[in-house]
Design a protein around this ligand. Structure first.
Ligand code: FAS
Ligand code: PHB
Length: 394
């Protein structure tokens, strides 16, 4: 089989790229190792930046998002048993975010790809990417028990943190920067109505907590837990009691979460990692295949979208003009935004979480930083601009 762009992975990066290329008349094939149900129900991100929302709408993939998504114009920070709102429009010039789960974005893009796009092969494990330095790189993959190959003009690795495409960049040409955090998140989905209008990020002596949502009847909540925590150690009542303890404030002593059955529970490690460069020859890396961030800043999915928006523009320019200029600047263009998001995610994570080894002095520094954010327009604007997402490169 042969195509113009071979895409490895049907997560948000691979699916959005396929959609953008299809709309420009560029053929692609998407190879995904999992089945459709698994991909569509894998619990991950919940927040879309303005640039991601705009890209989905422009790609013709925003109709259900606009019907079911929840526009948000701020977040709450809770620390020192007090609560503070950070307003986005007044600090960023009318930018906000959209609460619309990654599972729903993926469902919408899969439906479009199957209805209108090129081949999307589920249950297809890519085993290798060869010929990155040639004009026709090849993807080797297993499909229906047989090894097959896909010859391409370009290959794009959208295969996530555990993918294989990264290895198409020779170790001699590849640099990996990484940091692990001394804590994880216990994430739950619950059939319980969010009693809060906007997301709440809480710093407490007991550890970090985050209250998010998926709809008016489904809450998405996170608790900082030690690395290696077994989610089965946390029965429902223990989760709700701990969440209430971490969100407790003196400004509203009776404030409690609405409780309900926990329908999914998982522990997520907190890691940062960047692979440079995000390109070798005719193989490009996008999304988690190239970089991951701790989810505290809600950047992962949005970085993946930004990468493929930039890459699609470059591939379209190459197809229409033969110019490789945007392809040649892809990695540097994306890495500027990636490192900004890495820093913001690091800032949100280290400011809001209780490192088991941190001193009382460091806890006071965290509280001082949070106080600065809620008392200085400049500090609040810095958080709001990063959270709602910096404008995409032109
Ligand atoms: P993805 O990992 O989504 O997709 C990669 C795809 O490639 C997968 O479908 C995989 O099956 C496939 N694949 C891998 N190897 C393959 C192979 N060899 N052959 C074929 N296919 C292959 N971000 C947030 O902003 N907020 C959150 O709350 C949040 N929670 C997260 C929880 C978890 C458990 C994880 C792992 C990540 C979370 N993230 C969160 C980050 C997440 O949203 C990612 O940033 C986002 O999924 C990145 O999208 P992709 O780059 O498309 O990678
Ligand atoms: C989510 O809704 O899953 C979510 C929201 C904000 C974050 C992380 C996760 O920072």
């Amino acid at each position: 089989m042969r195509t113009t762009v071979g895409i490895i992975g049907a997560g948000p990066a691979g699916l959005l790229l396929a959609r953008l290329l299809h709309n420009a008349g560029i053929a692609s094939v998407v190879l995904e190792r999992r089945n459709r149900t698994y991909v569509e129900h894998r619990q991950r991100a919940g927040i879309l930046e303005q640039a991601t929302v705009d890209a989905l709408r422009a790609a013709g993939a925003g109709e259900r998002m606009d019907r079911e998504g929840m526009p948000h114009h701020g977040i709450e920070l809770r620390f020192g048993r007090r609560t503070h709102r950070v307003d986005f429009p007044s600090l960023t010039g009318a930018r906000g975010v959209m609460v619309y789960a990654q599972t729903e974005v993926v469902k919408d893009l899969i439906a479009l790809q199957l209805a209108e796009g090129g081949p999307l092969l589920f249950g297809t494990e890519v085993t290798a990417v060869e010929g990155a330095d040639s004009d026709s790189p090849t993807i080797r993959y297993l499909h229906e028990g047989r090894e097959q190959t896909l010859a391409c003009d370009f290959v794009v690795g959208c295969d996530g943190f555990h993918g294989v495409s990264r290895h198409a960049v020779p170790t001699s040409a590849r640099t990996t920067y990484e940091r692990s955090y001394p804590y994880s998140w216990l994430g739950i989905l619950a059939e319980a109505a969010p009693v809060y209008e906007e997301l709440i990020y809480a710093h407490s002596a007991r550890g970090f907590a985050l209250a998010s949502m998926r709809s008016a009847s489904v809450s998405r909540l996170y608790l900082q837990v030690p690395n290696g925590t077994d989610p089965e150690e946390w029965h429902d009542e223990r989760i709700w009691d701990e969440l209430d303890a971490r969100f407790a404030t003196d400004t509203d002593p009776g404030w409690k979460l609405e409780r309900g059955p926990v329908t999914s529970k998982a522990v997520l490690p907190m890691r940062s990692r960047v692979t440079e460069p995000m390109r070798h020859g005719r193989v490009f890396l996008a999304g988690d295949a190239a970089h991951i961030v701790p989810p505290t800043g809600a950047k992962g999915l949005n970085l993946a979208a930004a990468d493929v928006i930039v890459l699609a523009r470059a591939l379209i320019a190459w197809r229409r003009t033969g110019s490789a200029e945007l392809l040649d600047t892809y990695s540097d263009t994306c890495l500027r935004r990636v490192w900004r998001a890495e820093h913001f995610s690091y800032f949100m994570t280290t400011t809001l979480h209780a490192d088991p080894a941190q001193s009382a002095f460091e806890t006071r520094l965290q509280l001082s930083q949070l106080e600065r954010v809620v008392t200085s327009r400049h500090a609040a604007a810095e958080l709001a601009e990063n959270y709602t997402g910096l404008p995409l490169p032109h």
